[in-house]
Design a protein around this ligand. Structure first.
Ligand code: NCD
Length: 305
């Protein structure tokens, strides 16, 4: 299977076979992580980050460097010519001369697609507004696959800001390639967007809930998300909703023994620190799986695997 030269803009552009191939490649990378392999030696990645990031940017950077490649770019648009009014299209047409692959994060929906339309090198979407975050979905699937042995057959709950959370949208699309029961749990104001639900409804068994207590005993995986404060058109609404759900030890009392709790991070207060020490907490291991998955993706798109 050939993924060389592919853009990664939306998870919807990938078939089940392609996703399986990516997860299998991540599994191979996982085994050779400690070895000093440099399959991307001489290749450069251009990072264009117009929004804050810790894990996504650093894991892409670490992935590229661990495989022998170089990294250029900015993590703060204020230090680039964007500050002087340069357009995204011109920025892309400039940086592509210095790099072999571009990784972009931008507050606007459609931004990664626009970058890919202008670039002649592969573009990876590292978050396009509230729309999508496809590489997060790949690493989420890899985490589930590694911890549960398979994605098929599971009861998966996604809790939190389903309206503005881009990781939620990408993960929901990705799960529609599998045979799972999906439980979407959110305050009524933060229900998943109609267009996402419509896209998956025929392929996935989905149910919506507003209280996590009602579904906790059923779940094999609980994916918790942060309320996306920065995407609320009305700050007053954020103030009203914040703190609407919270996972603590008590909330997990009725959970299955082997429930795994995931989170794309950063968390604010939606998972209490006391949960970290329980056997359910998987979010920091998930971070490591993120590095592995991004190594696999870079290797595949740049033709090293
Ligand atoms: C997420 C994002 O940026 O969408 N973070 C990440 O990449 N792991 C989630 C979030 O910001 O809440």
């Amino acid at each position: 299977m050939e993924l060389k030269g592919r853009d990664i803009i939306s998870i919807k552009d990938f078939t089940r076979e392609e996703v399986d191939h990516i997860l299998k490649t991540a599994g191979k990378v996982d085994h050779i992580l400690g070895e000093n392999l440099r399959p991307l030696s001489g290749k450069f990645m251009g990072l264009l980050f117009f929004e804050p990031s810790t894990r996504t940017r650093l894991s892409f950077e670490a992935a590229m460097k661990r495989m022998g490649g170089g990294v250029i770019g900015f993590s703060e648009p204020a230090v680039s010519s964007v500050k002087k009014g340069e357009t995204l299209a011109d920025t892309v047409r400039t940086v592509e001369n210095y790099a072999d692959i571009l990784v972009i994060r931008h507050p606007l929906e459609g931004s990664a697609k626009l970058a890919a339309d202008f670039a002649s090198i592969p573009v990876i979407n590292a978050g396009s507004g509230a729309e999508e975050h496809p590489t997060q979905a790949f690493l989420d699937l890899y985490t589930i696959f590694k911890e549960k042995g398979s994605v098929d057959g599971l009861n998966i709950g996604i809790l939190g800001d389903l309206r503005y959370g881009r990781t939620v949208h990408s993960l929901t699309y990705a799960l529609s390639l599998y045979d799972v029961n999906l439980y979407l749990v959110s305050p009524p104001e933060l229900r998943i967007r109609k267009e996402v639900l419509q896209a998956v409804r025929n392929r996935l068994r989905v149910k919506e809930f507003s209280r996590i207590e009602d579904v906790m005993p059923e779940l094999d995986v609980l994916y918790v998300t942060r309320i996306q404060r920065e995407r609320f058109p009305d700050p007053g609404e954020y103030e009203r909703i914040k703190g609407a759900y919270r996972i603590d030890k008590a909330a997990l009392e009725k959970a299955k023994e082997d429930l795994i709790v995931m989170h794309p991070l950063p968390r604010v207060d939606e998972i209490q620190p006391e949960v970290d020490e329980t056997k359910h907490a998987l979010y920091f291991k998930q971070v490591r799986y993120g590095l592995i998955t991004r190594m696999a993706l870079l290797g595949l798109v740049l033709g090293a695997f």
